[in-house]
Ligand binder design. Structure first.
Ligand code: DGY
Length: 322
């Protein structure tokens, strides 16, 4: 029997590329260069499975461009770059890789919290520029996390994992806003206070960390008004998706000192970083490193593979979105 044809749009860790090649007739993107719309469109008629990442835009036009693909096995948990309604309408299954990048992403949220609070980016730049003049009692004073309130916008797997680290590791108080209240044992473990209104959470938090999916529903949620509702001198961290923040308004809030700092791992039009942020000292800018551990990236590939094998063997897809 012919092996299903699979397109992997970007390089994966070699351990999982090897596993994939054992099962499928796979095309890898040797140059690891983002595929264009024309290439993705053509692939819809040439492959049985496409494995895209956050850097591939599979809109309705691309999805409608061919009729061979049966599964879009996304390499990542966020899937707003895929028009899942268009896929569903054409009977194409879409899966993602939940669970396996929770810890890695929560670690990056804490990295950003600490870097912003302790002015680590500023300090590093100072040292590298040869401008450090030595220890002094008032040099680069930041904020402690201990006893401060961390407000989580979105309290799913990654939000909870971030809260656990912040509460048990750094003595932070936990507050959250989400679609529903957390399970009682989670709320009890973290002493987490639920805020049904986003503005109330923002006004009550010393640090705010975003853990909501991207897409039309959350686009611009952290608007100029939302930023104005944040406590003066507070901090904002984003490891979710760039589109949830109005970055011009964020830059203004950082410039004016209304916010003491921010830490960002994601941007609306990656790899472009909003120009207005680049000159600001009080923002930490990372290049979408949330899931970038070897362990997580291998597990993401294995999770995508599990979905492909399920399709090939006619079993229910473990991580089916549509
Ligand atoms: C995810 O899994 O959504 C990460 O942001 C990488 O795409």
């Amino acid at each position: 029997m012919e092996r299903p044809r699979v397109l992997v749009t970007r390089r994966w860790p070699e351990e999982v590329e090897r596993q994939l090649a054992e099962w499928f007739d796979v095309s890898f993107n040797d140059g690891d260069i983002v595929l264009g719309k024309a290439e993705l469109s053509a692939a819809m008629g040439e492959y049985d499975v496409i494995c895209p990442t956050v850097t591939d835009r599979l809109d309705a036009e691309v999805i409608g461009a061919g009729d061979r693909v049966k599964l879009i096995a996304n390499y990542g948990v966020g899937f707003e770059h895929i028009d899942v309604a268009a896929a569903k309408a054409r009977g194409i299954a879409v899966t993602n890789t939940p669970g396996v990048l929770t810890d890695a992403t929560a670690d990056i949220a804490l990295t950003l919290l600490l870097m912003a609070a302790r002015r680590a980016g500023e300090g590093e730049r100072e040292v590298r520029a040869g401008k450090w003049t030595g220890w002094r009692p008032t040099h680069k004073l930041g904020s402690s996390l201990n006893g401060k309130t961390l407000g989580l916008v979105g309290f799913g797997r990654i939000g909870i994992a971030t809260a656990r680290r912040a509460h048990h590791g750094f003595g932070m108080k936990i507050a959250y806003y989400g679609r529903r209240e957390a399970l009682p044992d989670v709320a009890r473990e973290l002493g987490a206070q639920f805020y049904p209104k986003l503005r109330d959470l923002l006004a009550a938090s010393d640090f705010v960390s975003l853990h909501i999916p991207g897409g039309v529903e959350t686009h611009g949620l952290i608007s100029a008004d939302a930023l104005a509702a944040m406590k003066p001198g507070s901090y904002l961290v984003n490891t979710a998706r760039g589109g949830v923040i109005d970055h011009a308004a964020l830059a203004e809030a950082l410039r004016s000192g209304h916010l003491a700092g921010a830490g960002l791992d994601v941007y609306p039009a990656e790899p472009k970083v909003p120009e207005e942020l680049l000159d600001l000292e009080n923002v930490v800018l990372l290049p979408h490193l949330g899931s970038a551990t070897r362990e997580a990236r291998i597990a993401m590939g294995e999770r995508a593979l599990a979905n492909m094998l399920a399709l090939a063997e006619g079993r229910p897809l473990p991580d089916r979105i549509v």
